[in-house]
Design a protein around this ligand. Structure first.
Ligand code: NCD
Length: 294
């Protein structure tokens, strides 16, 4: 891979290669990088997990992380994203990891930019590294994607995680079902509005945060009302299949999309996803930097 912009650009074969390499890193395999590469992380939107996870992964594969604070950069003086990225390229970066509120911000970087671009989330567009760590989590659990019933619940219209995950999971043979208020179905078709047909047949229940910062609202929305209708309540968790798992990309709004007591319950993989993210990002960063040798 030369860049990682959208999961749609990553073939099934490349996905399996990344999952395998992440598994090797989890087992303690050393990095294959042979020279010192420079990487900067440009986060123009808030992040706890993704930024720290990328930085950790970059250091673990032996890259040098050059600090960049989006909130104190010349963006505040009106510099365009293109000019910021070109500047970092000229200073000597090999790769930049970018999170930005604009959907497909990377389109303006397709021409004229030679530094590798890794997308850490574009608006309501794509989130390929989260998708790969979600795939890793599911694959470790079930050893396959074919026939696995994955129910994605919540604000899918504004969720870049839902878009990346639904595309990749479907392509890999999983059955993706979407449960959401009809106001939030966006471009998804054949969505469900209640749990009835879904709960007891789900192998994976993937909950999503309501994306208030992207103007997510539906008529009559209250936290309690949402939890009652679409949230994973204690009662619903009891009705889940024996080996079914719970996932959530986080940050979590406890008591809204999931009852607080379920966040670390036995079938929850929410914090495992965070841990898996480091191995996946090591595999992504190593793969992209290896392509830059020479
Ligand atoms: C997600 C994101 O930023 O899209 N978070 C993450 O990267 N783990 C989900 C979210 O913010 O709700």
């Amino acid at each position: 891979m030369k860049n990682l912009r959208s999961i749609e650009e990553v073939s099934n074969e490349e996905i399996y290669t990344i999952l395998k390499r992440a598994g090797e890193f989890e087992e303690g395999a050393p990095s294959q990088l042979e020279k010192d590469y420079l990487v900067a992380n440009l986060f123009f939107e808030p992040s706890t997990r993704t930024k720290t996870s990328f930085e950790t992964a970059e250091r673990k594969v032996g890259a040098t992380v050059i600090p960049f604070e989006a909130g104190f950069s010349s963006t505040l003086k009106g510099e365009t994203l293109y000019d910021t990225v070109k500047t970092l390229e000229m200073i000597g970066m090999d790769a930049v990891v970018i999170r930005h509120k604009t959907d497909a911000y990377y389109d303006e970087l397709l021409e004229g930019i030679n530094v590798a671009v890794i997308n850490a989330g574009d608006g309501a567009g794509q989130h390929p590294s989260q998708c790969l760590l979600d795939l890793f989590t599911i694959f470790k659990e079930f050893g396959k994607f074919e026939g696995v019933n994955v129910t994605i619940v919540g604000d899918v219209s504004h969720s870049r995680v839902a878009k990346s995950d639904a595309e990749a999971l479907t392509r890999l043979g999983a059955n993706v079902r979407i449960l959401c208020p009809s106001e939030w179905q966006g471009d998804f078709e054949n969505t469900y509005q209640d749990w009835e047909e879904l709960l007891e047949t789900s192998d994976v229940v993937m909950l999503l945060r309501v994306q208030h910062e992207r103007d997510a609202a539906f008529e009559g929305f209250t936290k309690e009302g949402y939890h009652e209708q679409f949230g994973l309540t204690v009662e619903r968790e009891r009705r889940m299949k024996k080996d079914a798992i719970i996932m959530h990309p986080a940050p979590i709004n406890r008591g809204v999309e999931i009852d607080s007591s379920l966040v670390e319950c036995e079938r929850s993989r929410i914090f495992n996803q965070v841990r898996n993210g480091v191995f996946i990002r090591m595999a992504i960063v190593e793969s992209i930097l290896k392509e830059r040798k020479g």
